[in-house]
Design a protein around this ligand. Structure first.
Ligand SMILES: Nc1ncnc2c1ncn2[C@@H]1O[C@H](COP(=O)(O)OP(=O)(O)O)[C@@H](O)[C@H]1O
Ligand SMILES: Cc1cn([C@H]2C[C@H](O)[C@@H](COP(=O)(O)OP(=O)(O)O)O2)c(=O)[nH]c1=O
Length: 208
């Protein structure tokens, strides 16, 4: 079996930056790496982008055009295909899979939308647990500064409220899922990378 690592955090926390660096770190050490993300680039991911994320990241804030339940089901369907077609086969082939977002995103975001957490956990029961899920934790103010959204002040405030709720939810999830670990995402890109590598060495490589 391979190694399955997930990166989580609010928008702009540095997930994609760190996912790329981590993939290179493993590749340099001779591992075969699959770098992936959710929502995926498959037909389901495209549907999500069309129905849920219309208008970019802001689109999801201002009331999706579909119900929050339908939104949760679409993310779960995209994930089911992701697990079945890419994640499991890659792990079975002994590869390292690094995913930028996974079911913890559904718990943090769709819970923030008012859906029931237990229902969301049940809905995502098929999603195999990763060896490690790193939460890149960052104050919302800093993440918004990094993304530098060019939105109206009223929209900006609405986004910040949701992001704050999502951040709080992620921190609650860390108490519930033992595979989750927090990394302070306020540090430099290099320091964060070293923290993640430290966790991987401690939690995964030493045990295999
Ligand atoms: N540790 C960091 N310090 C300062 N800026 C960062 C850091 N990590 C990433 N960034 C920048 O912040 C922005 C968002 O990073 P990104 O990796 O795309 O976040 P995410 O994938 O979580 O949305 C990018 O412009 C990136 O270059
Ligand atoms: C995977 C996932 C993402 N999301 C949200 C988080 C982000 O705000 C948004 C899009 O993800 P994001 O990582 O921003 O993708 P991209 O940069 O390719 O558009 O979807 C959920 O609400 N639930 C989920 O299950």
């Amino acid at each position: 079996m391979g190694i399955f690592i997930v990166l989580e955090g609010i928008d702009g926390a540095g997930k994609s930056t760190q996912a790329k660096m981590l993939a290179e770190w493993f590749e340099k050490r001779g591992y075969e790496v699959v770098l992936t993300k959710e929502p995926t680039d498959t037909a389901f991911g495209k549907l999500i982008r069309r129905l849920v994320l219309t208008g970019g990241r802001e689109g999801i804030i201002d009331g999706a055009r579909i119900s929050h339940e339908a939104e949760a089901l679409l993310f779960a369907a995209d994930r089911a295909e992701h697990v079945d077609k890419l994640i499991c086969p890659s792990l079975e082939a002994g590869k390292v899979v690094i995913s930028d977002r996974y079911f913890y995103s559904s718990l943090a975001y769709q819970w923030a939308r008012g859906l029931d957490l237990e229902w969301l956990i049940d809905l995502n029961r098929f999603a195999i647990r990763p060896d490690l899920a790193v939460l890149l934790d960052l104050p919302v103010k800093e993440s918004m500064r990094r993304i530098n959204r060019r939105s109206l002040k009223s929209e900006f405030d609405k986004i910040a409220v949701l992001q704050r709720k999502v951040r709080e939810n992620y921190l609650k999830l860390v108490e519930m899922f033992p595979e989750m670990r927090i990394v302070n995402a306020q540090n430099s890109i290099e320091d964060i990378h070293n923290d993640i590598v430290g966790l991987i060495e401690e939690e995964i490589l030493k045990k295999t």
